[in-house]
Each structure stands twice: as structure tokens, then as C-alpha cells.
Design a protein around this ligand. Structure first.
Ligand SMILES: C[S@@+](CC[C@H](N)C(=O)[O-])C[C@H]1O[C@@H](n2cnc3c(N)ncnc32)[C@H](O)[C@@H]1O
Length: 307
């Protein structure tokens, strides 16, 4: 098993600028790494709520954070951040952290179906009690939509050919396991049995679709900004271009005044910006961290402060 080390922990903590008496939300508890670091900086009046949509991650984070009296772990999708923290009686928070994507525990567990390197059921749900599995998704999706998903969520170069191959295969026999899916790709790419380079991107794209990840991320960023008190900070760590684009665009659009126009094109007025950017460009992990933690290599961190 790959040991789970929180990605860009030093940078995340620096931008969150944790106050002893502040209230924080770690939207992606995972193994509780970032949450523990936040909790360690809190004094008696401080609090950190850690959430995760994966019930397995919640159980693990609860166990790992047992000794941290200022940390509470709850299950939930960060797209529903407002209702999750609202249920705990919290209205405003001083900082929110989103460390998107998958944890190494999820990838390493063959039974979850996230890894193309291990055979397992093609599930890929972060919360296995909700929605449909990747196998069910592939059994129902149409070819045009699958091609779009591969292109947009995975930057898959031969998206059309691979989408067609998957549809043809599933019309004959259900693609039930990770191995079944890899076999379709091997055959379609004529790699002579070798796992093609696109496999990682195909798995990523299908996982993003199955979990509605980009939709949750946009909702989560929006809810986080609305929950922040003045001076509160949002820190987002993302792992691929589709996720980073959502954060970048939201931060850009809300860090400048919003112009309100009349129907005839005249300017009616403007709404002041909600955010001040703390990172003009995405912050990337140090060479040292990338060497030590392979998960870190594609990480991008962006941070903003509520005005
Ligand atoms: C990269 S890991 C987080 C690792 C964590 N920061 C740590 O230090 O251990 C991402 C976690 O976010 C969770 N996750 C992904 N999307 C989510 C969402 N929309 N809502 C809540 N949790 C989510 C995953 O289940 C996974 O456990």
C-alpha cells in the first residue's frame, strides 16, 4: 500500500492561515492528514469539521482523528457543504480546504475498481451506496456522450475510437470488471497485449462522470465562498486540468466587479467582487515533494480570501 501523505500540506496551511479560535472545514477528509494539521493549530475556541463522501474514508478519518477533540468527521458531498455544516449549527467559517480527487487508499483497494493495474469490479463510486457503478454507467451511456466524457474529462486522444470500442463490446457482453475494460482498450489500440497509455485517462474520465465530480466541485467552491466570513480563506488543490479550470474561472469571475447591464447595453451598475486572489498563478508542489510522493506531481493549489 502507498502510504498516504497529505499533498502540498505546507502550502495549504500557509494559505489557510489557521487562527486558534477559527472554524474550518476540510471538505475532503481522506485519511485525515490535512485535518490533523489544522486541528493541531487550533486553541480551545477553534473547530474543524472534516467531511468526505466516502463512508470508508469517514470511518478511517474518525479513527485517525480520535485524539483530536476539536475535529468532527461527517459524511457528505462538498457540493452540499451549506447543509452539511448547517446541520452542525455552523453558519460562517474562517477557512475551507478542498483537496479534490481520490486518496491512495481508494486507488489501492482493488475492490473499488478505481485502478487499472488491479482486477476488480468496475465500481468507481466514491460513495458506493449512491448512484450507479461504472459498469452500470457503461451499460447505459450512448456513444456520443461517452466520447464527450473521454475528451472533456480525460483529454483522451483517440476518444472517438475508444468510445466506439467500448460501446461495441458492451453491446455484446457487459464490461463488468477493470480487467474487462483494460482488455477493450488493449484491443482497440492494437498494443499487442500492452496496456495502452490512454488507460489512465480513460479510467479518470469514467470516474469523473460516475461521481459527477466537476459539478460537485463547482457547487462546493460556490458554497464555500458563501460560507466564508470576511477575511476567511478558501484553498483548493486539484489534480487535473478540468478541475483546475473550474477553480481558476470561479476565482477570476468573483475577484473583479460584476458589471450589471441594461437590456440596451448601457451599464446599470456593478456588484463588488467577493474574493481577493491570494495566488495569481497555481502553486505547484516542490521538486522534493514530487520526488517523494507520486500523487503530488499533477497537484495545483489556488487560494482566495473572502472580501
Ligand atoms: C485526495 S483525498 C484527500 C486526502 C486528505 N486531504 C488527507 O490529508 O488525507 C480526496 C478525498 O476526497 C473525497 N472526495 C472527493 N470528492 C468529494 C466530494 N464531492 N465531497 C466529499 N468528499 C469528496 C474522496 O472520497 C477522498 O477521500
Amino acid at each position: 500500500m502507498t502510504p498516504h501523505v497529505p499533498v502540498m500540506a505546507r502550502e495549504a496551511l500557509e494559505y489557510l492561515a489557521v487562527r486558534e479560535d477559527g472554524t474550518y472545514v476540510d471538505c475532503t477528509a481522506g485519511a485525515g492528514g490535512h485535518t490533523a494539521l489544522i486541528a493541531e493549530r487550533l486553541g480551545p475556541g477553534g473547530r474543524v469539521v472534516a467531511m468526505d463522501r466516502d463512508p470508508g474514508a469517514v470511518a478511517l478519518a474518525r479513527e485517525r482523528l480520535q485524539g483530536y477533540s476539536r475535529a468532527t468527521v461527517v459524511q457528505g458531498n462538498y457540493g452540499d457543504l451549506a447543509s452539511v455544516v448547517g446541520a452542525l449549527g455552523i453558519e460562517k467559517v474562517d477557512g475551507v480546504l478542498i483537496d479534490a480527487g481520490l486518496s491512495s487508499m481508494q486507488i489501492d483497494d482493488a475492490g473499488r475498481g478505481f485502478s487499472f493495474q488491479q482486477d476488480g469490479p468496475l465500481d468507481m463510486r466514491m460513495d458506493p451506496t449512491q448512484g450507479r457503478s461504472a459498469a452500470e454507467y457503461l451499460a447505459a451511456v450512448d456513444e456520443v456522450e461517452l466520447e464527450r466524457v473521454l475528451r472533456e474529462y480525460g483529454d483522451v486522444p483517440r476518444a472517438r475510437r475508444l468510445a466506439r470500442a467500448m460501446i461495441e463490446q458492451r453491446n455484446e457482453r457487459e464490461i463488468r470488471t477493470t480487467k474487462d475494460l483494460v482488455s477493450v482498450l488493449v484491443e482497440a489500440c492494437h498494443t499487442g497485449g500492452k496496456i495502452p497509455d490512454e488507460t489512465r485517462q480513460v479510467f479518470q474520465a469514467i470516474r469523473i462522470a460516475v461521481n459527477g465530480e466537476l459539478d460537485s466541485l463547482l457547487k462546493g467552491v460556490e458554497a464555500a465562498v458563501n460560507a466564508l466570513s470576511q477575511g476567511g480563506r478558501l484553498v483548493c488543490i486539484t489534480f487535473h486540468s478540468g478541475e483546475d479550470r473550474i477553480v481558476k474561472n470561479y476565482f477570476r469571475d468573483h475577484s473583479r466587479p460584476l458589471r450589471l447591464m441594461h437590456a440596451d447595453g448601457r451599464v446599470k451598475g456593478s456588484v463588488p467582487p467577493k474574493l481577493r486572489l491570494l495566488t495569481k498563478r497555481p502553486v505547484t508542489p516542490s521538486a522534493e515533494e514530487t520526488r517523494a510522493n507520486s500523487r503530488a506531481h499533477s497537484a495545483r493549489l489556488r487560494a482566495a480570501e473572502r472580501l
